[in-house]
Design a protein around this ligand. Structure first.
Ligand SMILES: [Zn+2]
Length: 130
């Protein structure tokens, strides 16, 4: 017997038909339904979640595994940045700035529009001492 998988949107409770694999757990199926629903709360949730996912991608592009090798920072620090994105997303944190050795500054913040900014600043000073 083949059952078409459906799950309810977490906000409006509407049953949504899920395509693709049906190997999802209940929370995963609900998450997928909520990410598909078009009700106002679900759309707002999708926007926020996409922002978080983009911010995590930007961390990886600027500092992590998707950065060119000489710009990559240690995994431990990248994890701090990822956790900062999570905290900013959940609303507890407004801004984080890390000053790394070598003049690299990493900062994550949220603007008034709710967008999460990931910034990398490099200040390279050259000084010759005789
Ligand atoms: Zn909904």
């Amino acid at each position: 017997m083949k059952v078409i998988p459906t799950a309810a949107c977490r906000f409006c409770g509407q049953m949504i038909q899920l395509d693709g694999d049906c190997e999802l757990t209940q929370p995963q199926a609900e998450e997928k339904a909520t990410m598909t629903c078009r009700c106002a709360e679900a759309v707002e949730y999708q926007k926020k979640k996409n922002r978080k996912e983009n911010a995590l991608k930007n961390v990886s592009t600027l500092f992590g595994e998707n950065a060119v090798p000489e710009r990559r920072i240690s995994e431990g620090i990248t994890n701090i940045l990822r956790e900062s994105v999570e905290e900013i997303y959940s609303g507890e944190l407004a801004k984080v700035t890390l000053n790394l050795r070598g003049g690299v500054k990493a900062s994550i913040s949220q603007n008034s529009k709710g967008e999460i900014n990931v910034e990398r600043t490099e200040t390279r000073k050259q000084k010759l001492t005789e």
